[in-house]
Design a protein around this ligand. Structure first.
Ligand SMILES: Cc1cc2nc3c(=O)[nH]c(=O)nc-3n(C[C@H](O)[C@H](O)[C@H](O)COP(=O)(O)OP(=O)(O)OC[C@H]3O[C@@H](n4cnc5c(N)ncnc54)[C@H](O)[C@@H]3O)c2cc1C
Length: 459
């Protein structure tokens, strides 16, 4: 049996009422990494996940270079490399009029910059290895791990003029222990429960702020297909197509291993709502149309088969800046006294590429440099929460803001058609795009007037 399909023994369930330095709600990549980094810092951690491994997660399955650096640091890279995975050496961008450019991500050049170009592999496999390693690190450092435990209440203590999160209550479901309710307390509770995380909901509710904003939330739909023409093997391109019917979102084709390809569509929820007449369809129906009828894709799917049961939808909370009351809380309030959020729970998905794993891991690591078990023994203060949010936006703000601009630009169809055509002919643009994908410093170059004039307007 494949390693990632086996159950994970995560040890003894602690007694209800136990106290921990850190409770992490959610065992996806963000939660696993937050639990591991804080445990490595000497904290007694409780890592909680509502599912029981192995479990699927709807995703494009692309794990970029930013993610891989954390994966390596946590000792998971060798595990990943010893299982089947696809090495991404390039990205094909297609524009609405059918022009395509292939942007190379040369491994050697990336290694020189201390980066890795990226892999794609099913999240069933990736998340399994992240959780497996995290639960080892947590337990080696005196903590505990519970799978199949759904957090349904966040404990809030009202202090003089503010609120403080002090722990959680949840439910061990199923046959394992007959729906037993249990509570745990902690100095810090880390919300890593994804786009609908109960910790992040309580943080925004207590501050009278919106949790969901359809101008910044994206719908995503994924299927697995076998034998899509032109894709497969162990190494090569992933494809992103800005086709008319999905703009400003995109249609993706990401090979994951062998002949299997992750195929999906993502579209901003507010834009999806604006579709009218014949165009007003669910993402599932739009994808069906693209696969069966789109002139550029139908032949590529002529001999393909859909993996039964693989079609599922989910949401992506984007990290694009909001019109919110304070620049301290961009993109959304992600911390308060007693709590910090990471990954999708902090709304950190890149609004252009749809990548969220890298930012989930980065934010997870940041929590460990903001929580100190001795300093915050009596609790993690509101000010400490603000410091975390400021540091998070300092690390990701310019990158996420640039991506929001790119996302808006993609709506101007004629411009993107022209850009992709130009890029397919001009090597310098391809190189710039390759660097941009690798490093956030290079992204600022894109907006430099001199660079734009030189590369785009001059022949
Ligand atoms: C269609 C689609 C395509 C995407 N493509 C890509 C891509 O190619 N590359 C990329 O980098 N990102 C992609 N993303 C984004 C990426 O999936 C997320 O950003 C990433 O999973 C965030 O990790 P996380 O740990 O914060 O949250 P999640 O991965 O959502 O993990 C949250 C965990 O918390 C658990 N949980 C939830 N509620 C509770 C509760 N009450 N109690 C206990 N546990 C709970 C869940 O079971 C889950 O395991 C895509 C997303 C979608 C929807």
């Amino acid at each position: 049996m494949d390693e990632w399909k086996k159950p994970i023994d995560s040890g003894k369930i602690p007694e209800s009422g136990a106290h921990f330095d850190v409770i992490v709600v959610g065992g996806g990549p963000g939660g696993s990494a937050a639990a591991a980094y804080n445990a490595l810092n000497g904290c007694k951690v409780l890592l909680i996940e509502k599912e029981i491994w192995p479990r699927d997660k709807i995703c494009g399955d692309a794990v970029g270079g930013k993610s891989l650096s954390h994966v390596k640091e946590l000792g998971v890279l060798d595990m990943i490399e010893s299982t089947p995975h696809y090495v991404v050496d390039s990205i094909v961008f297609g524009s609405a009029n059918g022009a395509e450019v292939r942007v190379m991500l040369p491994e050697e050049a990336y290694e020189k910059m201390g980066l890795q170009s990226g892999y794609s592999l099913p999240r069933m496999q990736f998340d399994y290895m992240m959780f497996k390693r995290a639960q080892e690190i947590v337990r080696e450092n005196g903590g505990a791990v519970i799978q199949g435990f759904s957090v349904n209440e966040i404990k809030v203590e009202k202090t003089e003029n503010t609120h403080k999160i002090t722990g959680i209550t949840g439910n061990i479901g199923g046959a394992r222990s007959g729906n037993e309710n249990m509570s745990f307390t902690s100095a810090i509770t880390i919300g890593a429960g994804g786009y609908n995380c109960p910790v992040s909901r309580v943080i925004t509710e207590l501050h009278g702020e919106d949790h969901r904003d359809d101008d910044h939330f994206c719908g995503g739909y994924r299927e697995y297909w076998d034998n899509v023409e032109g894709l497969g093997g162990e190494k090569g391109a992933i494809e992103i197509h800005f086709i008319d019917e999905v703009l400003p979102g995109y249609f993706w084709l990401f090979p994951v291993q062998g002949n299997r390809v992750n195929v999906g569509i993502g579209m901003l929820i507010s834009e999806h709502r604006k579709l009218k007449g014949d165009k007003k369809k669910s993402l599932k129906k739009i994808q069906k149309w693209v696969i069966n009828e789109h002139p550029r894709f139908k032949d590529r799917f002529a001999n393909s088969t859909l993996v039964p049961g693989s079609g599922k939808g989910w949401q992506l909370p984007f990290g694009s800046p909001r019109k919110n009351p304070s620049p301290l809380y961009q993109p959304r309030r992600a911390a308060m006294a007693g709590a910090m959020c990471v990954g999708d729970a902090a709304s950190l998905v890149d609004p252009f590429s749809g990548e969220g794993i890298g930012n989930a891991l980065l934010s997870a690591k940041l929590t460990a440099s903001h929580f100190d078990k001795d300093l915050h023994k009596e609790g993690f203060t509101e000010d400490a929460g603000i410091e975390y949010m400021v540091a998070l936006w300092a690390a990701l703000g310019s990158e996420l803001t640039n991506s929001k601009t790119l996302q808006k630009v993609m709506k101007w169809k004629l411009l993107t058609n022209w850009f992709v055509k130009k890029a397919s002919k001009k090597e310098e643009i391809g190189k710039m795009m390759s660097e941009m994908i690798a490093s956030k410093e290079s992204q600022t170059k894109l907006w430099s007037p001199w660079f734009l004039m030189k590369t785009l307007l001059l022949p």
